[in-house]
Write a protein that binds this ligand. Structure first.
Ligand SMILES: Cc1cc2nc3c(=O)[nH]c(=O)nc-3n(C[C@H](O)[C@H](O)[C@H](O)COP(=O)(O)OP(=O)(O)OC[C@H]3O[C@@H](n4cnc5c(N)ncnc54)[C@H](O)[C@@H]3O)c2cc1C
Length: 370
């Protein structure tokens, strides 16, 4: 078993909760330090889409990681739910909409690539797209249907992960901000508001705030906040049957007849406010995509700071000079999708010293965080 009897996870978003759960269920003694409460960072704003074939159209390391995670999702949800409570999770597919012929040509190339990888998809012309989703505007040129993708209630999943983790003995300390880390004689001293906390290994899952956590001798990876605003509308028409993804917005059928409309992408630092401009942008986009949205009620706007990196890839792996400090951060637009694979690969690394080849492109060392 582990060479690290006491493991501390810093941050209780979807990533910290998933990692803590996986470590706990494999028998490790885990404490989670969270400065606010569970899932109040980017995770509470997330649309929860599970769509690696949209997020990484043409392959590459993010696609490989996302596909592995999607494959893990059914089992991940059933394990977590068995240890906690039900979570809304749907694999009803995605409809990626083209608004002109050039875009439809791009989607045809994606469909071709998916077919060569053995992934089921269907390219639809304008008539077929509107048959698949009758609410679509008459302006659409076509769409790509990918049945394997879906969505999950992200904040509810994080809460379920916490509950399940607690069942496996994980301790959650909320309202506990870590302000710095100090490697000492093979351990790591974590400075928390109420004193020092000692761990044998520390997993940093602090999302957008990763750069603020000072670690003696380590330059943190360059994670920056990318604000996303997302609307929840009370949909009054016939329900949407699946995620609709278009160039200016996406729409996720939600619980109790609601739909989620996302999302803005804004480089505004750590400003977590909703803005009139952000709301207007999303309302305009969904109005053009689904004209029936004009009759929807306005329920709320959510705001989150996605943890972005210079190459848009997550940061997963050991800090080079302090190997018992492990990063699980920088998941940008895909932290919910990537939660199961992150938990599995980080637990393999921390508990069994196994570094899966999938992790290589995501090493913190690519930013010279020595
Ligand atoms: C509008 C929007 C829509 C999105 N849609 C999707 C989607 O459809 N699919 C998808 O996969 N992803 C989506 N994402 C991205 C996804 O939400 C993020 O990638 C994911 O939530 C990141 O999780 P995290 O746990 O790393 O970060 P967070 O959820 O931000 O959690 C980090 C936690 O660390 C805590 N913390 C930070 N510093 C400290 C410290 N020093 N001490 C203690 N605690 C600390 C914070 O308080 C926070 O709770 C979306 C994001 C947004 C904003």
């Amino acid at each position: 078993m582990t060479t690290y009897p006491r493991i501390t996870v810093i941050g209780a978003g979807i990533i910290g909760c998933a990692v803590a759960y996986e470590l706990g269920r494999r028998g490790a003694a885990v404490t989670v330090l969270e400065r606010r409460d569970v899932a109040l960072g980017a995770t509470q704003a997330s649309a929860g889409m599970l769509a690696p074939f949209i997020e990484a159209h043409h392959g590459g390391p993010l696609r490989a990681l996302g596909v592995r995670s999607l494959e893990l999702y059914d089992r991940f949800i059933s394990d977590v739910v068995a240890d906690s409570r039900p979570v809304s999770y749907y694999r009803t597919g995605t409809l990626e909409v083209a608004t002109d012929d050039a875009m439809l040509g791009d989607l045809a190339a994606v469909a071709h690539q998916l077919s060569s990888e053995g992934v089921d998809s269907e390219l639809l012309d304008a008539v077929g797209a509107r048959r698949a989703e009758p609410h679509l505007s008459a302006d659409v040129a076509g769409a790509l249907l990918v049945p394997a993708q879906g969505f999950v209630a992200a904040a509810a999943l994080a809460q379920a992960l916490r509950e399940a983790a607690v069942r496996h003995g994980v301790i959650f300390r909320t309202a506990s901000a870590a302000s710095g880390l100090r490697p000492v004689n093979g351990h790591v001293e974590v400075t928390v508001d109420d004193g020092e906390h000692t761990a044998d290994a520390v997993v940093i899952a602090t999302g957008s705030w990763t750069g603020a956590l000072g670690i003696d001798g380590i330059q943190p990876p360059p994670v920056r906040p990318v604000r996303g605003q997302l609307l929840q509308l009370d949909w009054t028409g016939d329900p949407l049957s699946r995620v609709i993804f278009a160039p200016r917005c996406y729409v996720v059928p939600w619980e109790n007849g609601a739909v989620l409309v996302g999302a803005t992408e804004e480089e505004v630092g750590f400003d977590e406010r909703a803005t009139a401009g952000g709301v207007a942008e999303l309302l305009d986009a969904i109005g053009a995509l689904l004209p029936a949205s004009q009759a929807a009620g306005f329920e709320e706007v959510r705001v989150g700071l996605r943890p972005g990196t210079p190459d848009d890839l997550p940061v997963l792996g050991r800090a080079e000079v302090v190997p018992n400090v492990i990063y699980a951060t920088g998941h940008y637009r895909n932290g919910v999708l990537l939660a199961p694979v992150t938990a599995q690969l980080i637990a393999d690394l921390v508990l069994d010293d196994q570094e899966d080849a999938l992790l290589v492109p995501f090493t913190p060392a690519r930013f010279h965080t020595t």
